[in-house]
Design a protein around this ligand. Structure first.
Ligand code: ZN
Length: 275
């Protein structure tokens, strides 16, 4: 099986394996790129994680995640900035190509989404010097609007790019099929992201019909309604040729299957449907 050009976001096998086991399982199947989550790295240990990644020559297509900049008060926002700086340092230790930012929703008790979006831009701005010193690009990941309240009030590539442009060339976007497939401006905004050299990641998983859980029912490519080849051709036309990163949260299905079956299915579907 050829896994060239495929990356595995380790959330996809988080219930089956710890970070070390997951990296070894990926390497065994010829998968050469991963994206770990902070809690997985914390559990396995930062130095151990960096070592197992290095020992297997893994490319780290991103580090999940920073963000969550929005908060009811200044103290909460300052805490988020400290947390993001630590995430940047970890990403650097792991050799990640970018820190993925899930920016945060509307603070609890607030009804001010416009203010929340301002907080996001200010939050990213506040970590920019730290990111630059670490040479760590920041990838804003727009999330599907169903998460605007509780996870990310940045919901389209356009919104993410509008923020990135204000901040500098080292702020870009992670484009996840699951979150943006529905966007009527998808093609134009991917082209724009390419022109501005701001595509830092391409995540893939499918949108199931029906979707039974807002967070934990993402689909394997081919099981839903997304045109992955069409999507990828837009991304490549925009100049991004990095790995496609499978990121599936699936409490009722893929998290319950043996990890090796999940990875093999990722490779098969990726080869058949995504390139
Ligand atoms: Zn993603």
């Amino acid at each position: 099986m050829n896994a060239e050009g495929l990356s595995i976001n380790l959330a996809t096998v988080r219930e089956q394996w710890n970070l070390g086991e997951a990296v070894e399982a990926c390497a065994k199947l010829g998968i050469k790129a991963i994206d770990p989550w902070r809690d997985q790295v914390t559990k396995f240990g930062l130095d151990n994680s960096a070592k197992v990644i290095r020992d297997h020559g893994m490319q780290v297509t991103g580090y999940c995640r920073g963000g969550m900049f929005t908060a009811v008060d200044a103290k909460g926002r300052a805490a988020a900035i400290g947390e993001n700086k630590r995430a940047i340092d970890e990403a650097q230790t792991l050799g990640a190509e970018c820190l993925v930012l899930v920016v945060g929703g509307v603070p609890q008790g607030s009804t001010d989404i416009i203010g929340a979006r301002t907080q996001v831009a200010e939050g990213i701005n506040a970590i920019l010097d730290h990111a630059r010193a670490a040479k760590m690009p920041l990838a804003i990941e727009p999330l599907h609007p169903m998460y605007a309240a509780d996870r990310a009030c940045v919901n389209t590539i356009k919104q993410a790019l509008d923020i990135a442009v204000q901040l500098g060339s080292d702020v870009g976007v992670a484009i996840d099929t699951y979150h943006v497939w529905w966007d009527p401006e998808l093609k134009e905004q991917i082209e724009r992201a390419g022109r501005e050299k701001r595509i830092f990641g391409h995540h893939i998983c499918d949108w199931l019909v029906p979707t039974k859980d807002m967070l934990l029912d993402r689909g394997m490519m081919g099981d839903g309604i997304i045109d992955f080849k069409g999507f990828r051709s837009m991304i490549e036309a925009a100049g991004f040729h990095g790995p496609q990163e499978v990121e599936i949260f699936s409490a009722a299905d893929w998290w319950k299957r043996p990890g090796e079956e999940v990875l093999k299915t990722c490779i098969e579907r990726y080869n058949k449907l995504c390139k």
